[in-house]
Write a protein that binds this ligand. Structure first.
Ligand code: GLN
Ligand code: ZN
Length: 773
């Protein structure tokens, strides 16, 4: 019996975000292509060396990407839409980055707070979230008569590059079926899977060339195998892998599945003529027995036992208990992270300021590989060979479990004491809205914004100076008060009905709250790639969550003191805070979410007590939290909606609760949106020309709704007439009495020079529509 330590992929951004720096310098014209490529090669070399030093025996190559591995695949197979072709050679960086980011005459700008770039000239390809991660990939585009051709030799080149440095690697490529299932048909409505026969020869050519370059194994990622698949998709898997078995000799494929259980696709996966199969035993530990029982005896299993999606130390003792009996049954076995380590930060050693005890419970990418190496040694040579390390690990696991930092009995008792009444407003909407109208006295089609105003260079400079201690608290507060006052005055001047304070004091809609809640830790360098050069540093929720003191009340009170118009209290909802954090793995997500819900509820109640008449609880991430499998949706939606309702239900009927959701489709979750029972919901609709409203119409959504009329992803200033037409369109679908007027999302990424005229036009449009509707 021999157990081999394998890795499926390592973060490519670099421990100090070297790739981000290099990319952005190149994009801004400060460095050359050669400079960029040199940095990239150095990062790859360092990553290979590091994995080798950590004891990884199967080291991946081609997991590196200058932007995105799905985009790499699209270029590799020649799926380059015609608009990009004139920009350069098919495998040039000009074409590659145009697909990734568009070509720009203006500056690169971020759209939504957590959203997408806005571009001019040639637009970028669409971007969306990779399965249920917070990583974004570039959506492949195909046409009905799509031609495929091997267009980039990146995978081969990087294999050879590693080989020249002395590493015999296992190249990683994204599999053809997953790639097609992610692809969008651009010119006509057809099923991209019908392109499979045309695509397969290109893959065969790529595989053959990898073999000719010396590869004996290739890791081929097919995470789509953990999704609900129809017969046609299952057949595509059979066809594709039969084709490879028939056309490519002398090469072994490690078919990698991750992010969930194979479930009803297990037979499909096990029937494929591949030499190896990787399964995710972190998300789906229960599938081990079935896989072991049903796998062909000659199939090399790769067991994903260390969590590639989270930051916690693995419980090595428990894993050994599980793996030892299995390892005995096989000649050879691989152990690996559950998925590529792309989704974890790189190195815990860089966290010098983290609480030492919390840090002792964590493992980032490099530490996870160490854990695998330890497991490998224990499985091959017996636990005694690594006894000290196992003791240390067991100590950390036990310490975390018992720590008062993690366990707060007050939070537990409180949570145990809540009943259905906590998730229900006192009176139904129809009565509440009358009480609210009596208090608020708003015109029909009231105007408002989503919360944030431009985070200008001055705002960011002041925050940075405050962070470095150059600007003291009093100076920073004075600066923020001035910004807030200017925003309030200006909103009054242009006649907005419901004002916002502008969120100038917030860095990020999750971090701002996480920094003030108990149970959260913040890192200094634990960056994770979100897309391209963009990285996020999610907070780590390590313990029971509570709110030691009010978080937003002082700023709200100050803003409201400046005006007679209502100023919205502005909060991030529990599901969104959960989704954009690293969460505990020692209790269900739903429990953590309910704890956050109670903490935010406390804030809602305090805002009301301070006099807030309207409180907005943003749930931008509600939809993206949906599980990968349909069968799991309802359970998730139930606790997510319940959490929102817990947050919203502590207030009197006349206090108006708003929520906001961007980049969502609502059709298949509309009942849950209805069940949230927010008095007002604002949604992103301007680009869809109000089509996203249809779900609300069909459902006969009774509460109030603000369909976005201003596309905040673009610097373009929408004309009054344009927004009025959108409102009239909305008025055809919903009753005018239900409608609010607002932009699609917050305005933090825009410039005042765009925002000002756009909002003036928006108010004019509302006035015109009031007269017309
Ligand atoms: N209130 C937040 C803002 O305006 C909402 C952002 C979001 O939903 N992405 O920035
Ligand atoms: Zn939004």
């Amino acid at each position: 019996m021999s157990v081999i330590v394998a890795n499926l992929g390592f973060p490519r951004i670099g421990p100090r975000r070297e790739l981000k720096t290099a990319l952005e310098a190149f994009w801004s014209g400060k460095t050359s292509e050669a400079d960029l490529l040199e940095t990239a090669a150095a990062l790859r070399a360092a990553t290979w060396a590091r994995q080798k030093a950590l004891g990884v025996e199967v080291i991946p190559s081609n997991d590196f990407s200058l932007y995105d591995q799905v985009l790499d695949t699209s270029v590799t197979v020649g799926a380059i839409p015609a608009i990009y072709r004139p920009l350069g050679a098919a495998d040039s960086l000009a074409v590659y980055f145009a697909m990734a980011r568009g070509t720009q005459t203006g500056v690169a700008e971020e759209g939504c707070s957590h959203g997408h770039g806005a571009h001019t000239d040639v637009p970028a390809q669409e971007m969306t979230k990779w399965f249920d991660t917070n990583y974004h990939y570039m959506v492949p585009e195909v046409t009905a008569n799509q031609n495929f051709a091997l267009t980039s030799t990146k995978a081969i080149d990087q294999f050879k590059e590693a080989k020249a440095l002395g590493y015999h690697t296992r190249p990683v490529i994204l599999g053809p079926v997953t790639w097609l299932l992610l692809a969008k048909a651009k010119d006509a409505a057809f099923d991209p899977l019908t392109l499979l026969p045309a695509l397969l020869p290109v893959y065969s050519e790529l595989l053959s060339r990898l073999r000719d370059a010396g590869a004996d194994w290739v890791q081929i990622d097919e995470p789509a195998l953990v999704l609900d698949l129809d017969a046609r998709a299952r057949e595509a898997f059979a066809t594709a892998y039969r084709h490879f078995a028939d056309t490519v000799g002398g090469l072994k494929l490690m078919l990698a599945t991750y992010f969930g259980a194979l479930g009803d696709n297990l037979d499909t996966a096990l029937a494929l003529p591949v030499a190896g199969l990787h399964v995710d035993l972190v998300r789906a530990p229960e599938q081990l027995d079935a896989v072991v029982a049903r796998a062909r005896p000659d199939l090399l299993l790769s067991l994903g036992v260390v969590d590639g999606r989270n930051v916690w130390k693995a419980d090595l003792g428990a894993l050994l208990n599980r793996l030892e009996p299995v390892a005995g049954q096989f000649q050879k076995l691989q152990i690996a992270p559950s998925c590529s380590l792309l989704h974890t930060p790189i190195d815990l050693a860089l966290e010098t300021k983290l609480d030492a005890q919390v840090a002792s419970w964590l493992a980032f990418g490099a530490q996870k590989l160490e854990e695998l190496a330890l497991l490998g040694k224990a499985l091959n040579g017996g636990r005694a060979a690594v006894a000290d390390a196992l003791v240390a690990n067991a100590y950390a696991i036990a310490d975390r479990r018992a720590s008062p930092l993690v366990n707060n009995p007050a939070v537990r008792t409180r949570l145990a004491g809540i009943d259905a009444g906590w998730a229900r407003r006192e009176t139904p909407f129809a009565e509440r809205i009358k009480a609210q109208q009596a208090v608020l006295n708003l015109p029909p089609l009231p105007t408002t914004t989503i919360g944030s105003f431009p985070q200008t260079a001055e705002v960011r400079k002041a925050r940075a100076a405050h962070g470095k201690g150059v600007l003291d608290q009093a100076g920073y507060d004075a600066f923020l008060r001035e910004e807030t006052e200017r925003a309030i005055r200006w909103q009054e001047e242009i006649d907005i009905d419901v004002l916002v304070h502008g969120e100038f004091e917030r860095n990020d809609m999750v971090q701002y709250f996480g920094e003030q809640l108990a149970g959260f830790a913040f890192t200094r360098a634990a960056w994770v790639q979100s897309y391209g050069s963009r990285c996020v540093r999610p907070p780590i929720i390590y313990g029971d969550v509570s709110r030691p003191q009010p978080m937003t009340v002082a700023w709200w009170r100050y803003a409201q003191s400046l005006t007679d118009r209502p100023v919205k209290g502005m909060l991030t909802g529990p599901v969104t805070i959960l989704q954009w954090s690293f969460v505990r793995d020692d209790q269900p997500r739903s429990d953590t979410c309910r704890q956050i819900a109670l903490a935010i509820r406390d804030e809602v109640v305090d805002l009301e007590a301070a006099g807030a008449k309207i409180i907005q609880i943003d749930e931008a991430a509600l939809r993206e939290g949906l599980p990968l499998r349909r069968a799991d949706w309802q359970h998730y939606l139930d606790w997510a909606v319940e959490s929102f309702r817990i947050t919203a239900s502590g207030v009197r009927p006349e206090t108006q609760i708003h929520t906001h959701m961007c980049y969502s489709e609502f059709n298949d979750i509309i009942e849950s949106i209805g069940a949230m029972d927010a008095d007002v919901i604002s949604i992103e609709t301007s680009r869809s020309k109000m089509e996203l409203l249809d779900a609300f119409v069909t459902y006969k959504y009774p509460n109030e709704i603000g369909p976005g009329v201003y596309d905040i992803h673009s610097p373009r200033i929408p004309a009054t007439r344009e927004m009025e037409e959108l409102l009239l369109k909305a008025g055809e679908r919903l009753s005018a009495g239900q409608l609010w007027v607002n932009p699609d999302c917050g305005l933090k990424t825009r410039k005042w020079e765009d925002v000002k005229p756009a909002l003036v036009n928006m108010v004019d449009a509302a006035k015109a529509a009031r007269a017309a509707l």
